[in-house]
Design a binder for this molecule. Sequence first.
Ligand SMILES: Nc1nc2[nH]cnc2c(=O)[nH]1
Ligand SMILES: [Zn+2]
Length: 477
Amino acid sequence: MAAPAKNKIFWGSLVHSKTLDELEYLHDTAVAVDAAGKMVAIEQGAGDVAKAVETLLPRLGWAEADVDVVKAKDGQFFFPGFIDTHLHASQYPNVGIFGNSTLLDWLNTYTFPLEASLSDPAKARKVYNRVIRKTLSHGTTCAAYYATVDVASTNLLADLCLAAGQRALIGRVCMDQLSPAYYRDESPAAALAATRASIAYIESVDPGMKLVRPCLTPRFAPSCSGPLMRGLGALAAERPDLPIQTHISENKNEIALVHELFPPSSTGAADDSYASVYDAFGLLTDRTILAHAVHLGEAEADLIATRGAKVSHCPCSNSAITSGAARIRWLLDKGVCCGLGTDMSGGYSPSVLEAARLAALVSRHVAMGGDEHAKLTVEEVLFLATKGGAEVVGLQREVGGFAVGMDWDVQLVGLGTVDAEGGVEGVAEGTEEDGNVDVFGWESWPDRVAKWVYNGDDRNTKKVWVRGRLVHERIHS
Ligand SMILES: Nc1nc2[nH]cnc2c(=O)[nH]1
Ligand SMILES: [Zn+2]
């Protein structure tokens, strides 16, 4: 049996987003985290870890023996865990396998056969365990997962997230049309019953939805009939505590298909936009996570902003399967809340840091198209990866930054050797385990963070906690 959770005090440098375009650097800072994983005190400027502990213990009424102290080495920093706002756990074995396909042929060729095969519980266990471990090792403390149509394996994903300690939204995929007969819900009623069954199971294994929560998941408009979307809209109204996730406007052929399948005369929508289809079925809400949003028109982007729906930007996937370049600055300027998604396996990388880097690069391609204002900074992509993502998944009060009352969902980042003190014991400077980022010691903190964003990887993610529980540690940390 696992040892009971203890109170903890973390000490060192902390970096997090203050606003979209500003990072805050807190040095010589101690954070007290109670046994439930909540930050209960933040103390700056004690001078060293011992003095910080000495100050905090009597104030909190904690005995020294009941507290674990975790000190970041010089040059290391605590950073909020990443939020992956869109990924398909069931597609993980296919990362990197997409050839020259685009969305609709990619789904039929690569994706549906793999997802269908995960109704084999042994295979699902293997795939889900791997994707959880891999994303944790890249600092993803919270993931908005799509599982498959199959209820049992969807429920298994929730079980495995709980066991590994990863915070997650778990979506049983709803789809009752336009996929092969071997992989779809039999009817709208069957899809709704299966969704309810999965919700009930996930609530039973994590009653307070402390770590995992069910997420209503109409795959995307083309694979859901009108009656299924209407039923899901009704369920969304019945359960205002549950998030909703789907795809929107990723690929031009997909959009043409939506126009064909859902003319406004069939839905009662105000116009023929993709967003209006979801809106007509009650699925465009402030709890809705819309992945991609690449080819939105002006009016539908305004509708998304008005409804308070959120966007998951997936630059790796949008580039890999040549969907297009999403205009994130344009969406942010409209007040649309955005986060980042790896969208495995449309995207090939499990890393939200990579997604941040690609968000910066794709924004430069948008800028090269004529809109200089489109460029996203290091500060902005890190905001999307953490605070923005937290709001996208509806957990902005719990995670995404450092504040009393929030949960300790945090990664410890260590860059290449800074000096004898900051280096990692047993790791020689410039070796593979030292990582891809070389820090010479004269860089400012913003420059170090920029080097991490552009050159970092999982070797820099030394430790990861969710709700105060250590859920990943590199051998050399
Ligand atoms: N990228 C991506 N887009 C989709 N649209 C519908 N299903 C999918 C999916 O699995 N991946
Ligand atoms: Zn997707």
